[in-house]
Design a protein around this ligand. Sequence first.
Ligand code: AHG
Ligand code: MN
Ligand code: MN
Length: 331
Amino acid sequence: MKRKTTLGEFIIQQQSEYPEARGEMSQLLSALMVSGKIINKQVQHGGLTEGVLGATEAENVQGETQQKLDILANNIIIEAFEQRQEVCGVASEENEKVVLLDKKYKENGKYVLLIDPLDGSSNIDITVSVGTIFSIYRRITPEGSEAVLPDFLQPGRQQIAAGYIIYGSSTMMVYSTGNGVNGFTLDPSSGVFFLTHPNIQIPETGPYYSVNEGKMHLFPENYQAYIASCKLQADQQGALIDGRYTGSLVADFHRSLLKGGIYLYPPSTFHPDGKLRLLYECNPLAFLCEQAGGKATNGQQRILDLQPTELHQRCPLVIGSPKMVEAFEAF
Ligand code: AHG
Ligand code: MN
Ligand code: MN
């Protein structure tokens, strides 16, 4: 039986479809693949390795306590890109300002990278799936100069690649460069990512809705009404749809992508714009979701059409199966 395609082979195949490509995207994706393997090793070690679990005394710019693994993952990714020429700057949940990569030759980098290095931090110490989310744009200011804020504040529809690595019962890298979504599973024994989920299409509707019920009373009326309707409606087979919420956006999104479903992080009195960040959580997942045939809105507009104004701005997120997002929009 023919073995599965590796991520490396897939990237080369994809590149061969772009005669003008000079391999930068391939270098970018391989840097993310390497970072994912190194982070995965730390995640799998958990309490076995000093300095992986637990919180630091520090807070990030969002005022959230930084977990040790947040910082570890952030450093692993930034170091991986310092070894390469393609990226001239990185915006991260864990850094208040943009991280400009080494002056030597980075200023010729064509791309900028935006990351949530470790999503679902509250789950690290209890071994529930966590993930890394990434978003890539071509810079809009001339090469040969330092990357500046406008390079990072582009609408999500300008993304040239986006994806995530989920560290779960198996470790997967799921990404799109604009022609569909493909999923790769890491074989821990060989350290190779193999293509296991080619051309992922999100089901039109699904058996799950995903929202933090604990904050239900804080959500706007229309969100509460939609969620109440989820509890009442039955699918074609008459089965009620279930609630599933892990506290890791990547895990809740991955389930919705593969099985169908809807994830909501609504505005609330605590978070008038929701809690999730537009640049490195909502935009990359919205890009992936649309590439897989799904939809993503902030309650008023398509996520990918939003014009960002600051690096860490938050926005409400309703994302998943198209029929379920459309049903929400009717509320
Ligand atoms: P992060 O760990 O990167 O800060 O992201 C956590 C996010 C997201 O992963 C998750 O869905 C959401 O926060 C959970 O928030 P609540 O605990 O408020 O539901
Ligand atoms: Mn996150
Ligand atoms: Mn995070």
